[in-house]
Design a protein around this ligand. Structure first.
Ligand SMILES: [Zn+2]
Length: 583
């Protein structure tokens, strides 16, 4: 009896370890890859015949060369694998996850062939029990950096597995075009476009598996890279980046109403400690960097500009993604996801994510041509450009600066480290405490100097970030410095309330207004008042301020179409007036 019990105890301990690890026996199918990841290689072996490495040329090249038609062609091919559940077929040449990963790897190999064999490709393989399959593979391509000194890698990823209504349905039709064919094709297209260019640091393009069953592929990467001591500058996780329609269900904070279309916004989720809008972390600083790059260096060259919404949470309520295992290992990581999504992950009818209906589009008149595309090629291309430009610039940008920052009179003095020469200009971003915005309130550039003096216009408390800019490549922002000034209180600070621009705007079915309030306003009566342009009150509603940040909804029945201003009345006084347009 005794030995038997001992065996049982030993086994249960073993299972407990396996369960916390999730994946074991991790290895790279290509032995050269580990040397690239660690910076232990000769960059000359991976030089292209023509070197294009000027950040401005690379950026404009990526903006020009991301190809919507090519991405749509790849999405159509991806659909033919029928089912990409992590437990699906690995023997067939045409269907199942095995055939699909072979196809992704062959795409990376073809890209490499077209570019002087510059890419190092393969699989990160690992064991984990997912829907009865025990062995799994993450396809990847590495573009080795041209400088191995203080070597770092940058990761662009999007999971390629899918799931159906049934979590372990390994047979049924599971196209997964938006979730996450869109992210998969984004990664494949950037491998093609970016392989023509040269970067200081190494870029890892990868499509992990097992996301829908518990982030297995991303956990394997994060754990493997961390065990190997690989330094990662940034991780961009793309999951649902092509759809533009709002479904009947979606996880909050979510899109406005069923059928709403939006191809002009994208959400960036990232971790930060605390639950207020002062939220800060390296991840939020990366999201702010992405917004800056999109606004300054991408949007002027797009016919349809893209607006980045920096989100408070690490993901939507009750949902998760592949950025989290990287963050948990101490790496800087964000999730990129479309503004509108169709589905809350439960496979609820009539929504599309995690169902047989997550297809490219609909043939409405039966002529064999899709008339309505659920994944919008232009939108997917814009999100692809965002990833490529941000990663491309960061792959050649100088390291973060750590400066000394001191408050002085109505401003600050920034002193750069002795002998620091790694910038032509310095970018300064400021968030005002009382604005409670997740975005910078002000951002500007100053000429490089050892000592920089900046005046701050108003408010007592400010958060200041600095980033180096060298040869057209801005680096990541520093951690935020908290600056306390002894300036005169502004009007805004006396009231301390802030109403944000409604979203969406213009709107027709419903819209959301975000409101932030300091402690003294919580549980005090307030009224939202909407006026037409000659000042008549056309709608008002009581507002319950029961938290530091609340959302007020307006519905189509509240207003007729037109241009309006809205304001909040608290203690009999109106606070702020914001313009909105109802269709
Ligand atoms: Zn997904």
């Amino acid at each position: 009896m005794k030995p038997k019990i001992l065996v049982c105890v030993a086994l249960s301990v073993l299972f407990a370890i396996a369960d916390t690890l999730g994946q074991t026996n991790m290895f790279l199918s290509n032995p050269d890859a580990i040397k690239i990841l660690k910076g232990d290689y000769n960059p000359l072996h991976y030089r292209p015949s023509i070197i294009i490495d000027q950040p401005d040329s690379v950026r404009m090249g990526i903006i020009r060369e991301v190809d919507q038609k090519e991405q749509t062609r790849l999405l159509n091919k991806l659909e033919t694998f029928h089912n990409r559940n992590s437990g699906s077929d690995t023997l067939s040449q045409t269907t199942g996850i095995g055939a699909c990963r072979t196809w992704i790897l062959s795409h990376f190999d073809q890209v490499s062939k077209n570019n002087n064999n510059r890419l190092v490709t393969g699989y990160l393989e690992f064991d984990a029990d997912i829907c009865t399959k025990g062995h799994h593979k993450n396809p990847f391509a590495l573009l080795p950096g041209m400088d191995t000194a203080s070597h770092e890698i940058l990761v662009i990823e999007g999971h390629f597995d899918t799931r159906n209504e049934g979590r372990c349905d390994t047979e049924g039709y599971t196209p997964g075009i938006d979730d996450n064919g869109s992210g998969t094709i984004l990664v494949m297209e950037l491998a093609r476009v970016m392989s023509k260019y040269s970067f200081r640091h190494t870029i890892l393009f990868t499509t992990p598996t097992g996301e829908d069953e518990g982030l297995f592929g991303a956990k394997a990467w994060a754990e493997f890279l961390s065990l190997q001591g690989v330094k990662i500058r940034t991780v961009l996780n793309n999951d649902i980046v092509g759809g533009i329609y709002c479904g009947k269900t979606s996880s909050p904070p979510s899109c406005p109403y069923f059928g709403h279309a939006d191809s002009t916004h994208v959400r960036i989720f990232s971790y930060s400690s605390g639950n207020s809008s002062y939220a800060n972390s390296a991840h939020k600083q990366l999201a702010r960097y992405m917004k800056y790059i999109q606004d300054e260096l991408i949007n002027p060259y797009l016919s349809t500009p893209l607006t980045i919404n920096i989100m408070l949470g690490e993901d939507r309520t009750g949902r998760g993604g592949d950025h989290t295992p990287f963050r948990q290992k101490g790496y800087t990581a964000v999730r990129i996801i479309s503004a509108n999504e169709h589905g809350n992950g439960t496979g609820t009818s009539p929504d599309r994510n995690h169902t047989t209906r997550d297809v490219l589009g609909k043939d409405l008149n039966g002529d064999g041509i899709l008339d309505s595309l659920f994944v919008n090629p232009g939108y997917l291309a814009r999100n692809t450009i965002l990833n490529g430009v941000v990663t491309g610039l960061l792959a050649s940008a100088p390291d973060k600066i750590s400066a000394t920052v001191e408050a002085k009179n109505a401003g600050v003095v920034i002193k750069l480290p002795d002998g620091y020469k790694n910038a032509n200009e310095i970018i300064i971003g400021i968030r005002k405490y009382q604005s409670k915005s997740l975005e910078f309130d002000t951002i500007f550039k100053v000429d490089f100097a050892d000592k920089i003096e900046v005046e701050l216009s108003s408010g007592q408390k400010n958060y200041l970030s600095i980033a180096p800019l060298k040869n057209g490549a801005p680096g990541l922002f520093s951690d935020e410095y908290e600056i306390n000034l002894t300036a005169v209180e502004s009007q805004e600070q006396k009231t301390g309330l802030r109403l944000f621009q409604n979203y969406p705007n213009p709107w027709s079915e419903s819209t959301i207004i975000r409101l932030t309030a300091p402690q003294e306003y919580i549980d005090k009566p307030a009224v939202l008042q909407v006026r037409d342009l000659i000042g008549r009150v056309v709608h008002q509603q009581n507002v319950v301020i029961d938290a530091e940040e609340i959302q007020i909804a307006l519905r189509s029945t509240d207003l007729h179409p037109g241009l309006f201003t809205y304001s909040l009345i608290s203690a009999g006084k109106p606070i702020q007036s914001v313009l909105m347009y109802k269709n």
